[in-house]
Design a protein around this ligand. Structure first.
Ligand SMILES: N[C@@H]1[C@@H](O)[C@H](O)[C@@H](COP(=O)(O)O)O[C@@H]1O
Length: 240
């Protein structure tokens, strides 16, 4: 893995946005799987700004949603899709036909997993997977203990994920399951990038990057990926 530290969140976001811009300039039909959450919001705002200014054309890209809380969808404030639409898809005028997202309200969630796995296969794999990290080391919603070999799957959320996840909602919201891409998608993607910022990520970055590679800490999979990027701000990298 290639580890790089940036002075602050703004510099980290600017670098990630420029990197994604370069990928799309090289391959305008790139298939991009982008995390939701707070960390990538700055990156997405910069990308949307570039699209707005006519400096970046995302109109031929395809976007795959990384994960979702079961029972929630783009119309629900707090869902993973809600933030991607708010920060990127809507301001960058991404068309519905450019987006594949889990329907986490579907009656048959296994079929949803198969559908998204099949879309990724049909596109020939992901050109980019951009992920954040949970405070418990989860990647997407691959919780501690998840096999590194899985594709899309439904998960029982860890207690800490249910608690930390409340930050996305305007009121106390019961969360129990998630639907998510698997870590196999991460190892198979042409490029994987992890971004993390701020004091809430310092301890888990130490554990993930210096501790043992173990399914108990999903983010430790980055140690096994020679070409993957891990980009942190100085605070998140404080114990490395
Ligand atoms: N499901 C999301 C992940 O996809 C995200 O990357 C991670 C970190 O989120 P944040 O960037 O808000 O800290 O946890 C959430 O639970």
């Amino acid at each position: 893995m290639n580890l790089r530290t940036f002075p602050d969140y703004a510099a980290l976001s600017a670098h990630a946005a420029q990197h994604i811009t370069n990928i799309v300039r090289q391959k305008p039909t790139a298939v991009l799987c982008l995390a939701s959450g707070d960390t990538p919001a700055g990156t997405y705002r910069l990308l949307a700004e570039q699209v707005h200014n006519g400096e970046l054309d995302l109109s031929q890209c395809h976007f795959i949603g990384l994960d979702e809380w079961v029972g929630f969808g783009p119309g629900d404030v707090g869902s993973c899709a809600y933030f991607l639409y708010r920060d990127l898809f809507t301001p960058a005028q991404i068309r519905p036909d450019q987006i594949t997202y889990f329907n986490a309200k579907a009656a048959d969630l296994q079929a949803e997993c198969q559908r998204v796995d099949a879309v990724i296969r049909e596109f020939g794999g992901l050109d980019l997977l951009l992920v954040g990290v949970g405070e418990n080391g989860h990647i997407a919603l691959n919780e501690p203990g998840t096999s590194f070999q899985l594709g899309c799957h439904v998960v029982e959320l860890a207690e800490s994920t249910k608690t930390v996840g409340q930050k996305y909602f305007t009121q106390e919201t019961p969360l129990s399951k998630g639907i998510t891409l698997g870590l196999r998608h991460l190892t198979e993607a042409s490029e994987a990038i992890l971004i993390a910022s701020g004091p809430r990520k310092t301890a888990i970055m130490q554990q993930a990057l210096i501790g043992p590679v173990t399914e108990q800490c999903p983010a430790s999979i980055f140690q096994t990926q020679p070409d993957a990027h891990v980009w942190l701000d100085e605070v998140a990298a404080n114990r490395l």
